[in-house]
Unconditional design. Structure first.
Length: 540
C-alpha cells in the first residue's frame, strides 16, 4: 500500500507548484525558482527516521549527481541544502517530458528513436563508469525526457562504486510491479535492483556487479523500448519476479516481434544481455558503437557518443598503464597519430618502429598511407611502403623510367595504389567504429580526435525559423545552404511523440496544436541516403 506524500517544505527562494512523485524514502516536488526564474524538481528526504547515516547517504547522492550532471544526458543538480524543518533536499533540473517508461507503455519507440536513445544513454553510463560509479538501476522509469525530447538519466540513489560493494546509499526501493503492469505489493524486489532489467549476477547470494552489469540493464532498457514489454516477459504467461529471474538466469529473451527491427539489432541487444559477463559488450561504449553500426546499416544519421575527454594511461599524463585487465577504465580516448614524412634511410637502417613513417627513395616516388585508429584497444593499421632496392634481382641496377611520360605513368600507378590503401583503411575504421584524424583536428593537440567520433556525411544542416501557431497548426519555415535537386527535410516532434515525416519544404506543418502550446521539432536535411545533423526549432 502506497504511503501518502509528505507536506512540501517551505524553501527560501522557491514557490511550491505540485507533487511529481513519491518513493520509499523521498518525495519529489515541482517548485518554481524565483531567481533565476525557472521550474525545478526538488527531491526531499522523508522526516521519519532521519539519522546521521541516512543523512550522509542523501548528501552522497547529491554530491555524486553533481559530479555527473555536466553530461547532456544526465539530470543536472543545481543546489542542495536542509529545509527549516530538518529535511535534506536537493534541487534538480525539471524534465517536463514523460519518462521512457511512460512512453513505451503508450507506444513502442521507432527503431530510429530507440537507437538514438540507446546511444545517448551509453555515453551517460560510460561517463558514470569513468567517474568510478555504477548506476545499478538503469531502467525506462529512471530515464526522463527534457523539453527538447532528450533523455536524461536520473535516480542514482542506489549507485555504488566500481568495486561492486554494497550500495553507497539506498534511497529508493525498486520493484517490477510497475514494469510488468500486473504486480502487487508482494512483487517488490530487494533494494538495489529492478528485476526485469537486472543481470543474473545480481541474484547471487553475494552479488558483485561491475560495469557489464550496467551494460546488461542498458541493453534490456533498449529492448523494452522496442518491444513495449520487458525482455523476459512472456505475454499470456505468469511474469512474477521468480518467473522473470528464472528466465534471466537461463537467458530466455522474448523476441521483440516487429518486422521493422532487423535481426542484427536483436543480436546486438542479445549480446548486451548475455548470461555470462564475459560474453557481453565489455563497456557501455562498446554497446553504443554496436548501435551506431546498426544506424549506419539502416541509413540513419549516426548519433554521437558523449563521453569525457579523458587522457589514456601512458600518454604522458603521469598515469601508469593498467596492470590488470579488470582494472582498465571502461572509457579511454586514444588519439590518431599524425603521419609524418622523413628523409630516406641509410643503408642497413632499422625498420619503421610504429608503422606511421613515410620513407621516399631516390629510385622512385614513394606511396605510403598509414591510418591508426584505436577501437577497444585494437589497432587498425593500413601501411604501404616501397623501400630502396626492394624486390630487385641481385646484381641489377634500379631502373628509372626513360622518359617524362614514363615517369608520369609510374607516378600515376603509385598514386592509385596509395589511394586504394587509404580507402581500405578508412572503410575499416568506420566499420569498426573508429575515427579518422589529421593535422589541425584539435587546436590543443593537432592530429588527434576522440575515437568515438564518426565521420559525418557532408550534408548541410538546416536552418529552422521559430514557428508560428495558427488555426491549430504550427508552421515552421526551413532552408539550407547549397540546396540540390531532391533534397528533402526529415522531421519529427522533439518530444518523441508521433512518427518521423518527410517534407519538401520550405514549410513544415505540425497539426493538432493548442493555442499557447510550445511545439519543438527536430529537422534534418535528407540527401539521398544521407542526412545532416539534426537541428531543433520551437514555436515563438
Amino acid at each position: 500500500m502506497r504511503r501518502p506524500p509528505a507536506a512540501p517544505p517551505e524553501l527560501p527562494g522557491f514557490t511550491h507548484l505540485g507533487l511529481l512523485g513519491s518513493g520509499g524514502f523521498a518525495d519529489v516536488y515541482l517548485y518554481e525558482q524565483r531567481l533565476p526564474r525557472r521550474k525545478v524538481a526538488v527531491k526531499v528526504l522523508l522526516a521519519d527516521d532521519i539519522d546521521a547515516s541516512t543523512r550522509a547517504q542523501f548528501v552522497a547522492e547529491a554530491n555524486l549527481m553533481a559530479r555527473l550532471s555536466a553530461h547532456p544526458f544526465i539530470v543536472t543538480i543545481f543546489h542542495a541544502d536542509v529545509s527549516a524543518d530538518g529535511r535534506p533536499y536537493f534541487v534538480m533540473e525539471y524534465c517536463s517530458g514523460p519518462s521512457l517508461s511512460e512512453r513505451y507503455k503508450r507506444q513502442p519507440l521507432s527503431v530510429e528513436d530507440a537507437l538514438r536513445t540507446g546511444i545517448r544513454l551509453s555515453g551517460a553510463v560510460a561517463t558514470a563508469h569513468a567517474a568510478g560509479i555504477l548506476h545499478r538501476d538503469i531502467k525506462p522509469a529512471n530515464v526522463l525526457t527534457n523539453d527538447y525530447g532528450w533523455p536524461a538519466l536520473s535516480d542514482f540513489g542506489i549507485s555504488s562504486d566500481l568495486e561492486g560493494d554494497l550500495p553507497v546509499h539506498t534511497m529508493s526501493f525498486t520493484g517490477d510491479a510497475a514494469a510488468t503492469g500486473s504486480g502487487t505489493g508482494s512483487d517488490r524486489a530487494a533494494v538495489g535492483m529492478s528485476v526485469p532489467w537486472s543481470p543474473p549476477e545480481l541474484f547471487e547470494d553475494d552479488p558483485r556487479p561491475d560495469t557489464r552489469s550496467d551494460v546488461f540493464a542498458l541493453a534490456a532498457t533498449v529492448h523494452t523500448l522496442l518491444a513495449g514489454r520487458t525482455p523476459f516477459e512472456v505475454p499470456g504467461r505468469s511474469n512474477g519476479p521468480l518467473d522473470l529471474i528464472g528466465r534471466i538466469e537461463r537467458g530466455r529473451i522474448t523476441p521483440i516481434g516487429r518486422d521493422d527491427v532487423p535481426a542484427s539489432l536483436e543480436s546486438v541487444l542479445a549480446t548486451g544481455m548475455a548470461v555470462r559477463r564475459e560474453d557481453r559488450f565489455q563497456s557501455a561504449v562498446e554497446l553504443g558503437r554496436a548501435l551506431q553500426r546498426i544506424e549506419l546499416e539502416l541509413g540513419y544519421s549516426v548519433t554521437g557518443i558523449e563521453v569525457p575527454n579523458l587522457a589514456a594511461p601512458g600518454d604522458g599524463d603521469g598515469v601508469p598503464p593498467p596492470t590488470d585487465a579488470d582494472d582498465e577504465p571502461a572509457t579511454r580516448v586514444r588519439g590518431v597519430r599524425e603521419v609524418a614524412a622523413q628523409g630516406a634511410p641509410a643503408v642497413g637502417s632499422s625498420p619503421v618502429e610504429d608503422g606511421t613513417v613515410i620513407r621516399p627513395t631516390a629510385a622512385a616516388p614513394a606511396a605510403v598511407a598509414a591510418v591508426e585508429g584505436a577501437v577497444d584497444g585494437a589497432t587498425l593499421l593500413a601501411h604501404g611502403r616501397r623501400a630502396a632496392g626492394a624486390s630487385r634481382p641481385e646484381g641489377t641496377a634500379p631502373q628509372e623510367p626513360s622518359s617524362p611520360g614514363g615517369r608520369r605513368a609510374m607516378a600515376g600507378i603509385v598514386t592509385a595504389v596509395a589511394g586504394i590503401v587509404v580507402i581500405v583503411a578508412v572503410s575499416g575504421a568506420l566499420l569498426l567504429g573508429g575515427t579518422l584524424g589529421g593535422p589541425g583536428t584539435d587546436p590543443e593537440e593537432p592530429g588527434t580526435i576522440p575515437e568515438d567520433a564518426v565521420v559525418a556525411a557532408s550534408v548541410p544542416a538546416p536552418e529552422v525559423e521559430p514557428g508560428a501557431i495558427a488555426d491549430g497548426r504550427a508552421v515552421f519555415t526551413v532552408s539550407h545552404d547549397g540546396a540540390q535537386d531532391g533534397d528533402r527535410y526529415r522531421w519529427q516532434r522533439a518530444d518523441g511523440s508521433g512518427s518521423t515525416a518527410v517534407a519538401d519544404g520550405p514549410e513544415i506543418v505540425v497539426g493538432d496544436v493548442a493555442a499557447g502550446q510550445t511545439v519543438c521539432i527536430e529537422v534534418q536535411v535528407q540527401r539521398g541516403s544521407k542526412t545532416s545533423e539534426p537541428v531543433t526549432g520551437c514555436t515563438s
